[in-house]
Write a protein that binds this ligand. Structure first.
Ligand code: ZN
Length: 307
């Protein structure tokens, strides 16, 4: 599981930062990628990565401000062209109004897609997705318009079967192996094979929390509780906390406060105001690190493995 930042700026694109978009790469886990927000020119940014648009199977939108959604019509249209051999459906999650925005843009521009979009418009939080291996939760944050944060929970997986050990203990390969793997005690030729002896420890799933724009909020703490990774906006430096409040944003220190309260392992700061360039970015980072040592300000295309 990896995360890659396609846009890390706030409000408008700058020469060094595009507007918001984040790719959560679940290629090993489910051979797909989930996109969080889609600022203008996200598809151009994708061209500079190894990401294949058809691998993006879910898009989660935090809120309907332009710097988070203006890239959607272009990306959705190009995804249709680029995946001519395999048109796979796309699920989209986000605030009410998302469907209207997307469908109006596509209709007025005469854009036809070769795949279906399944919309999940959210009026509130709660569990919004679950299957065998993952769950996703959403909760409203504290911004100037309705804005969501998302918590992605990978379910724990059963540990690995010690096939060699089982064979050496006298069980032949075959259906009985499957029974042990499923946790059943198996008897074979008078001998007992207990799964406890042949299955390793459960593999603990990862928790990743990706938030939209927000003031410091308790919802953010709940969403990030015990997460391996929290992605939090840090539009301003600490001394601009009044400005942050007025515009519905956070300072890097406030983001670190949330990370600390929630007990997260790693904090990545994004959605950086264009006023912070060069050494000023280090200022944001060091203010966060005073509160939460494992914090880092990301730039466009930054990627890391989640552990
Ligand atoms: Zn916003």
């Amino acid at each position: 599981m990896e995360i890659q930042f396609l846009g890390t700026g706030a409000g408008q694109p700058s020469k060094s930062r595009n507007t918001q978009a984040i790719a959560l790469k679940l290629l090993d886990e489910r051979n797909e990628i989930w996109l969080f927000d889609c600022g203008e020119a996200t598809q151009h940014q994708i061209l500079n990565t190894t990401i294949k648009p058809r691998k993006i199977k879910k898009i989660f939108i935090t809120h309907l401000h332009g710097d988070h959604i203006f890239g959607l019509p272009g990306f959705l249209s190009s995804r249709s062209f680029q995946s001519s051999e395999e048109q796979t459906d796309l699920e989209m999650y986000g605030p009410v109004g998302l469907k209207n925005y997307v469908m109006t843009s596509l209709r007025l521009s005469g854009s036809k897609l070769g795949y279906r979009i399944i919309f999940h418009e959210l009026e509130n939080g709660g569990k919004i997705f679950e299957d065998d291996s993952f769950e996703v939760y959403a909760e409203p944050l504290d911004h100037t318009i309705f804005c969501l944060g998302y918590r992605v929970v990978e379910k724990n997986r059963v540990g690995e079967l010690d096939a060699q050990g089982l064979k050496e203990a006298g069980l032949p390969f075959g259906p009985l192996f499957g029974q042990v793997k499923k946790g059943q005690v198996v008897e074979y030729k008078g001998k007992i094979f207990d799964p406890k002896d042949f299955i390793g420890q459960d593999k603990i799933g990862k928790i990743v929390t990706i938030l939209g724009d927000t003031r410091k909020s308790n919802a953010a703490v709940r969403l990030a509780w015990g997460a391996n990774l929290l992605v939090h906006e840090a539009t301003y430096e600490a001394k601009e906390s009044k400005m942050a409040r007025n515009h519905g944003h956070s300072t890097s220190k406030q983001a670190a406060d949330v990370a600390k309260e929630a007990g997260v392992n790693r904090l990545l700061l994004t959605h950086i105001s264009a006023r912070y360039v060069g050494p000023l970015v280090n200022q944001l980072a060091s203010e966060a690190q005073e509160v939460h040592a494992n914090a880092f300000v990301v730039r466009d295309f930054y990627e890391e493995k989640i552990d």
